[in-house]
Ligand binder design. Structure first.
Ligand SMILES: [Zn+2]
Length: 213
């Protein structure tokens, strides 16, 4: 791209980034008009300037098809065809430049996945509009990648905890069983021995009484 094309492309990119042209202040519109006038060499139709780049570039960048059904106006100027729009006349001649840039290979416009800003870049690698968005984008992607890992880690942790609980429960059951076994095999406690002895004594006394009878 020549330097002029570069300037045009970044102006179109900036214009396409304006989601709500109505919100622009008169001062902002004037700044845009002056910038465009310096680039194109004529005062452009600002409304068309604010509408057309966005209307074409955003759907293209989204991967959608665009039907440029506009009433084009061709004018031969110093051996070069100027493409404008019939309704707005020569003040829309920038449309031709926009069409030319859209046809450039590789496509010079990109949309930042972080801030949605349209920017100019013909290098394949550049995905983000700025260093700031690159950082945020990479950080987001890292978090996104980590999410399934974190989920898996959580699942492993939960499974391990469940298993530990089961082992603990089993241990308790075993311990209780062992305790019961020990109780039944163990010599009887003092009170029980007393009870048993009293029973034996009673039986002996009864037998003695029976003999006497
Ligand atoms: Zn960005």
């Amino acid at each position: 791209m020549t330097e002029t094309e570069q300037q045009m492309a970044s102006l179109f990119a900036d214009l396409a980034s304006i989601a709500d042209p109505v919100s622009l202040s008169p001062g902002q519109r004037l700044v845009l008009q002056e910038r465009a006038t310096a680039i194109f060499g004529f005062p452009p139709d600002v409304d068309q300037l604010l509408r057309q780049p966005r209307a074409w570039l955003i759907p293209l960048l989204r991967g959608d098809g665009v039907v440029p059904s506009l009433p084009f106006l061709w004018r031969l100027h110093n051996g070069v065809i100027q493409v404008g729009l019939r309704n707005t006349g020569p003040n829309s001649a920038f449309i031709g430049d926009l069409v030319r840039l859209i046809h450039a290979t590789p496509f010079p416009f990109k949309q930042c996945p972080v801030c949605q800003k349209v920017f100019v870049s013909q290098t394949k690698k550049k995905r983000y509009c700025s260093a700031n968005c690159t950082y945020r984008g990479i950080e987001e992607a890292r978090k996104e990648r980590r999410r399934p890992q974190a989920k898996a880690r959580m699942q492993r942790l939960r499974a391990a905890r469940k298993q530990a609980e089961a082992v603990k429960k089993e241990g308790e059951v075993l311990a209780q069983r062992a305790l019961r076994r020990r109780h039944t095999g163990k010599p009887l406690a003092g009170a029980e021995i007393e009870e048993q002895m009293r029973g034996q004594l009673k039986q002996r006394q009864q037998r003695k009484l029976q003999k006497e009878d």
